[in-house]
Write a protein that binds this ligand. Structure first.
Ligand code: FES
Length: 189
């Protein structure tokens, strides 16, 4: 996820501070990283490595059972916001009817979701323009002209598959590596 890590947000804390608590579900993420994997490393190597708290979030598991259809949540992975969205049938249909050949960053919804789990859209909550945190995960937030996410920093609009459709962002919202541990738990990283 080297590309993802380049897109560090400028204002995660400020954005989170504006979100109304009752509209927003923060799911506690459980770290499953092998922090001890490098325990035998030499002190010099240790000084050059990432800090323990970063290593501790190399992968996370998120319980998605409480995310209702049409709802999204934000969690955090490797110190970056992650949006997890349970797409409605209408949003899926909207994403699928798009002619991907005409997109700036051509990708189908299937390419951005897991097989038979196309309703679960998992993306970094980091605009690919300059790294702001887009709106649209919390209830009542502006979702932009294409019903997905909207970055008000410079006006990037993402669709219901998290694809860039309008504005300066060069690429789609990044889909991190993730797998389903079960029907209700995903592992990111
Ligand atoms: S950072 Fe999102 S549009 Fe500029």
């Amino acid at each position: 996820m080297a590309e993802a890590e380049k897109n560090l947000p400028h204002d995660t804390d400020a954005q989170e501070g504006t979100v109304r608590r009752r509209d927003f579900i923060n799911i506690a993420a459980v770290s499953v990283a092998g922090v001890g994997a490098g325990a035998a490393a030499l002190p010099l190597v240790r000084q050059m490595s990432a800090s323990d708290d970063v290593l501790a979030q190399a992968s996370i598991e998120v319980d998605i059972a409480s995310i209702e259809v049409g709802q999204a949540i934000k969690t955090s992975w490797r110190k970056q916001p992650v949006f997890i969205r349970n797409l409605t049938a209408e949003e899926i249909a909207e994403a699928k009817k798009v002619d991907v050949a005409g997109l700036r960053d051509p990708q189908t919804l299937d390419e951005r979701t897991q097989p038979n789990k196309e309703n679960w859209l998992v993306t970094l909550g980091v605009c690919t323009h300059l790294g702001c945190v887009p709106l649209g995960a919390a209830a009542g937030e502006v979702k932009g002209e294409y019903g997905g996410y909207f970055c008000p920093c410079h006006g990037s609009h993402y669709d219901t598959a998290g694809r860039i459709r309008k504005g300066p962002a060069p690429t789609n919202l990044v889909v991190p590596e993730f797998t389903f541990v079960s029907d209700t738990v995903i592992k990111i990283g």
